[in-house]
Design a protein around this ligand. Structure first.
Ligand code: SF4
Length: 364
């Protein structure tokens, strides 16, 4: 039987680590692994308590909302084992070419109405090169920017040249989504048509162009806790501003269709670990939350999440935006974050809005 009483030595160690993060310090890999390997539910709730404090300290009660538009669907040349849009698998997901302006602008208008800060154009293809398609993508970004409704973001796959990243920035793009998916060690088990290094290199071009990076991964693909820990550490190293955590929703027809689901408490613990490792970043809960967490969805915020993907995902449905907004209201959280420009991620900022900031008093 699992021990459910609080382990005093773990309690003290967690308090020391939590206070250090609150005071602006960082955790090393051994400390991070200790968090990821916590088993006892009392310890996990202790960790969640610290993650909530850290979120409140750096983010106040603000929650950053994002939504996405599937700008080019299906028939992707890549073989990512979790993906309904790969041409390698029979999944019945929709297929269409790059979208016209209307659906993008309609999505931005809808997003604005719901208080969503950013709309991301997402395309199911290997990547983007110079040529007519890049021109068309830049047109959509410019239209989105000119509409002024939301921050234009995009997730357009692998980039192999600085010129492409620079063109996207010039068109008005602010943030580019490109997940590492998992640890370097586990990545080859998720995809063989491109490499982890291709992804890291893409992020390098984007950063050099001055774009903010939205990069995270998927949990529940069969990776270990150590893989999740190393993913979080790599994202810290790469300087991601937004860190989406997706929870595998096994799609029939894909190689991961029979993957067993992660226990909800393991998911919440993972979110809490990410918050302690990435205290100032947006930890965003993306795909798979409804199907994997069910009634526990609202706990993602106490576990440290500060951002939420709302509206439908690329190939699966989400709960309604109205329900999400009600959930935030019930928790006293505020999604109305006009022009979120990541200023709260600067080293000298925190979102606690208290007259006497706790970080000054917290022992390291
Ligand atoms: S995750 Fe992206 S690159 Fe991989 S198969 Fe799906 S659409 Fe293609």
């Amino acid at each position: 039987m699992r021990e459910q009483t609080l382990d005093v030595s773990n309690h003290q160690r967690l308090a020391g680590l939590g206070q250090r993060v609150l005071a602006g310090g960082r955790l090393d890999r051994d400390e991070a692994l200790f968090l990821f390997h916590l088993e006892n539910s009392a310890d996990i709730f202790d960790l969640i308590g610290w993650a909530n404090r850290v979120r409140e300290h750096f983010k106040g009660n603000k929650i950053h909302l994002c939504s996405i538009v599937n700008a080019k669907a299906g028939a992707c040349s890549e073989n990512c084992s979790f993906c309904a849009q790969s041409s390698a698998y029979q999944t019945g997901s929709p297929k269409y070419g790059f979208v016209d302006p209307e659906p993008v602008l309609a999505a931005a208008e809808e997003a604005k109405k719901n208080g969503v800060t950013a709309v991301g154009l997402v395309a199911a293809w290997k990547g983007l090169k110079e040529g007519p398609m890049l021109d068309e993508v830049c047109d959509r970004i410019r239209e989105l920017k000119a509409g002024g409704q939301t921050r234009p973001d995009a997730s357009l796959g692998i980039i192999k040249s600085q010129a492409v990243a620079d063109r996207l920035k010039e068109a008005g793009l602010e943030c580019y989504g490109h997940n590492l998916e998992s640890s370097r060690r586990f990545f080859p088990q998720t995809c063989s048509t491109h490499s982890y290094e291709d992804r890291v290199e893409t992020i390098g071009y984007l950063k050099k162009a001055g774009l903010k990076i939205c990069s995270g991964g998927i949990i529940g693909m069969g990776e270990t806790r150590e893989d999740r820990c190393d993913l979080a550490l790599s994202l810290r190293e790469l300087g991601a501003s937004v860190v989406p955590i997706n929870i595998l929703n096994p799609i029939p027809g894909t190689p991961f269709e029979k993957n067993p689901p992660l226990a909800p408490l393991e998911i919440l613990k993972t979110i809490a670990c990410f918050r302690l490792l990435l205290p100032r970043q947006e930890i965003m809960i993306a795909g798979g939350r409804t199907v994997n967490l069910r009634d526990l969805q609202s706990m993602v915020f106490t576990a440290g999440a500060s951002a939420l993907m709302v509206g439908n995902y690329l190939t699966t449905l989400n709960q309604s935006v109205e329900k999400d907004l009600q959930m935030l209201k019930d928790l006293g959280l505020d999604p109305n974050w006009e022009n979120h420009d990541f200023a709260d991620q600067q080293e000298d900022s925190c979102g606690c809005e208290k007259e006497h900031c706790e970080t000054e008093a917290a022992p390291v």
